[in-house]
Design a protein around this ligand. Structure first.
Ligand code: GDR
Length: 337
């Protein structure tokens, strides 16, 4: 039986990855910064909360990482922990750099110290491409990060590659584009839209407020993306991979697909910051609130996933409309009570 460590096990990706690894008969050590306040709802949703061995791990603390390596004989280490909301990285810059960038060095150092055979997966983000000058981004695209989160992720990405080359260890990064699911946190735009509009359709919420309607993102399905993480660690040679859907949609399109799926009728009126969607009774359903508009944001990122298709035999199967349906169904079931 192989042993895998998953940092950030209570997050969306951590939960799906833990479920996947358990299905492959791994012993899963799930770590979190504070055991006493760990959020178990995702793990309960997947019915795996009793199958994981929970451990405390603080990415900011070398001793806490070393302790884990002393306690377990680890085969695979998946680093998914840390700040994941891009906008909050401006408010929590030091914390973001400390856990997202430096935390990776602490893990890599522990691998060198305790067991060079441990295979390491680093969760890198498409944010590292920032305001890319090309429409599609692949493993060789230029890095143009624009916020503390993206800069920390880029450091993590490069240091992982550097340790791989320098010390000949199996350490890789998956450069993942946005990936959503029913288990997405409420603060991310897809979940906010779906949850808000489902609640509107049930008469439980009046409207939703969002930021930039023109931002375009490459949205895939998180459950499929975690399988790619595992596949990267099963390769003969350690290499980095872009994981994406290869298609981009705007926030407004995402809202339109959701409105259609929920059969909410109405129309878009107004322009720029005053643009809004009103229903047939002329009630505001979707409005723009400036506080959600990010400064200095790039508007388009789309992944070129050819390398993963070729070498990992991985391809995205669930498209955006199916993701929306899955998320709607989940919210509808929740909102019944
Ligand atoms: P992102 O995801 O920042 O791309 O990072 P998010 O869902 O927060 O934003 C996507 C796009 O939607 C625009 N937007 C809004 N975003 C939020 N959160 N709330 C709003 O009201 C809103 N209105 C418009 C944003 O400006 C942005 O353009 C996600 C995270 O999972 C990261 O951890 C991961 O690294 C990247 O994806 C790849």
């Amino acid at each position: 039986m192989k042993t895998a460590v998953v940092t950030g096990v209570s997050g969306q990706d951590g939960a799906y990855l833990a479920k996947f690894l358990l299905s492959k008969n791994y012993k899963v050590i799930g770590t979190t910064k504070k055991l006493s306040s760990i959020k178990l709802w995702r793990l309960k949703e997947l019915n795996i909360e009793k199958k994981i061995i929970f451990e405390h791990l603080n990415l900011n603390n070398k001793k806490s990482i070393d302790r884990l390596f002393e306690k377990y004989k680890i085969n695979e280490f998946y680093n998914l922990g840390g700040v994941s909301l891009v906008s909050s990285s401006f408010k929590k810059t030091l914390e973001t750099v400390n856990n997202t960038a430096l935390g990776v060095v602490r893990i890599l150092e522990a691998i060198l110290k305790f067991d060079k055979k441990v295979k390491f997966y680093q969760a890198t983000s498409s944010e590292i491409f920032g305001d890319s000058l090309t429409k599609f981004q692949n493993e060789n695209s230029e890095f143009r990060p624009k916020n503390p989160y993206a800069i920390s992720k880029l450091f993590a990405h490069l240091i992982t590659k550097n340790y791989r080359k320098t010390y000949n260890i199996f350490a890789v990064s998956g450069i993942l584009f946005n990936h959503e699911s029913p288990l997405r946190g409420n603060e991310f735009v897809t979940k906010k839209i779906i949850r808000g509009l489902v609640r509107y359709s049930l008469g439980k919420q009046k409207n939703i407020e969002v930021g930039n309607l023109n931002s375009r993102r490459d949205w895939g399905y998180a459950k499929e993306y975690v399988e790619a993480m595992w596949k990267m660690l099963q390769q003969k040679n350690p290499e980095d991979f872009v994981i994406a859907s290869g298609k981009d949609y705007s926030v407004k399109q995402f809202i339109d697909f959701t409105l259609k799926e929920l059969k909410i009728k109405g129309k878009w009126v107004g322009k720029n910051l005053n643009m809004k969607f009103v229903d047939e009774k002329n009630n505001d359903v979707v409005k723009i609130n400036q506080k959600y508009i990010r400064n200095n944001e790039y508007l388009l990122l789309v992944g070129d996933v050819s390398k993963a298709k070729k070498h990992l035999n991985w391809r995205p199967k669930i498209n955006i409309k199916k993701i929306i349906k899955l998320m709607i169904n989940y919210e509808k079931n929740l909102s019944q009570y």
